[in-house]
Design a protein around this ligand. Structure first.
Ligand SMILES: NC(=O)c1ccc[n+]([C@@H]2O[C@H](COP(=O)([O-])OP(=O)(O)OC[C@H]3O[C@@H](n4cnc5c(N)ncnc54)[C@H](OP(=O)(O)O)[C@@H]3O)[C@@H](O)[C@H]2O)c1
Length: 185
């Protein structure tokens, strides 16, 4: 039987849909203990974490989880001491899954922006969107690439995801969580 994978996105954004500040770093207003615990539990349960090269450099893999790092500096797919490195232009995603996660399972996607964009095209099974309500990050990196003209919610809807009811991850700190479900299983 063919192994099954889910593809699950995780992000926390400001009211203006930013994941990072103007210098490319995680702003203090997006750091929250309850969100971090939620995110870490998801990574612990995942077969594989897929992350951009900058996020990989900023967040060393202390727990030695299986990581796939996206970079245009590699030709196709390479196994290195710190994880698998992948250039989507050089190697097909289906074959990456066969080589890197042959047993199936949850593929956790914590971004950043171009990685979130790529998996919108490949198809999410779910997207876990936390929002630090009442925050604004000036000139930051947005969750997806064309959010000057639209919203994450509209992007997720237009890619076939449906919203579950929004709840609080941390009511006192006004951190909400909305899980979006896709057709991909
Ligand atoms: N708030 C949140 O939920 C959240 C989520 C994610 C990240 N962050 C924060 O955002 C910052 C990093 O995010 P970022 O968007 O600036 O960078 P990033 O996605 O972590 O890394 C960008 C790099 O990944 C590689 N890459 C991305 N898409 C690719 C593709 N389709 N093909 C080939 N290579 C690709 C490229 O590496 P090369 O330059 O090597 O080609 C690109 O320069 C960090 O501060 C991180 O903590 C926050």
């Amino acid at each position: 039987m063919t192994p099954t994978h889910t593809i699950d996105g995780y992000a926390i954004v400001s009211d203006n849909h930013c994941i990072a500040d103007a210098d490319g770093n995680m702003p203090e207003c997006l750091k929250n203990e309850a969100d971090w615990a939620y995110f870490q539990a998801a990574l612990d349960a995942a077969t594989l974490t897929v992350i951009g090269r900058k996020g990989h450099a900023a967040n060393p893999n202390h727990k030695n989880r299986r990581r796939l790092i996206l970079s245009r500096s590699v030709k196709a797919l390479e196994h290195r001491a710190d994880g698998w490195w992948w250039n989507p232009a050089g190697h097909d995603w289906a074959d990456v899954l066969r080589q890197v996660a042959p047993e199936g399972g949850a593929i956790a996607v914590p971004g950043g922006r171009d990685v979130f964009d790529l998996f919108l095209q490949l198809g999410y099974s779910s997207f876990h969107l936390a929002r630090a309500q009442g925050t604004h990050v000036p000139d930051g990196t947005k969750l997806f690439s064309n959010l000057e003209v639209t919203t994450p919610e509209q992007m997720l809807v237009s890619h076939g995801l449906q919203q579950e009811p929004t709840g609080w991850l941390d009511k006192a700190e006004r951190i909400s969580m909305t899980i979006w479900r896709g057709n991909r299983r």
